[in-house]
Design a protein. Sequence first.
Length: 263
Amino acid sequence: MLHIQNLSKSYVTGKPVLSGINLTIAGAGLVAIIGASGTGKSTLLRCINRLVNPTEGNLFFTPPSSQATSDKPSQSIDLAALSGQGLRAARRSIGMVFQEYNLVERLSVMENLLTGRLGYMGSFAAWRRQFDAADIAYGQELLQIVGLANFANQRADSLSGGQRQRVGIARALMQRPALLLADEPTSSLDPKTSVEIMQLLQSQGVERRIPVLVNMHDVALAKRFADRIVGMRGGKVVFDGVAADLTDAILNDIYGGTSWLAH
């Protein structure tokens, strides 16, 4: 579970990009965040995984714990208050899929996947890239899932955009995350590949019973694949509901017009 409480972010004093965001993300399913460019969607995701430091507010996250039982559940931690080793440990449970893939181009597909395990390794083993056989086997399993079973030894820079995004998803899943974030994962892809990527994200959320939080521009894709849609305008949440409730009037409120809609 992720509970976002009164989250705000300003890069320049007095000019908030996010203003008092309150959201609870829990359970399996895909949550799409939509809104015009510059409304704070990417900043919200980057605050959650602390690539960006929030200005105010809390990010209460309940990570999986081997110590958790029915009598003693996992304890929530405030991601906004973490630093150092505590933050690194929390990030292990939060997978991230990037708009521009963020792959190491000169490395093979499998090597890129295995970087998803670096947070679990000691510094010397990570420096030596001494990965367990079990991690390599799991990486091969993930490549099968994302449709790249025969690409393990290919360099990342030889792949198409859609293939690179599949590697990015598999790398995030290598962390065995409790929460998966995706920042505009289809913005550089053709329509067919975009559908395939959304299908993959949706199915992995269901199969792994984790929430998948996707920031996206394509409203049609959001309505097709999301269990829940969050609409943002001016750094604030102005809609939170299901696709069936996303009327033209609400889209007008989110985007400031509906002339772009196909009827």
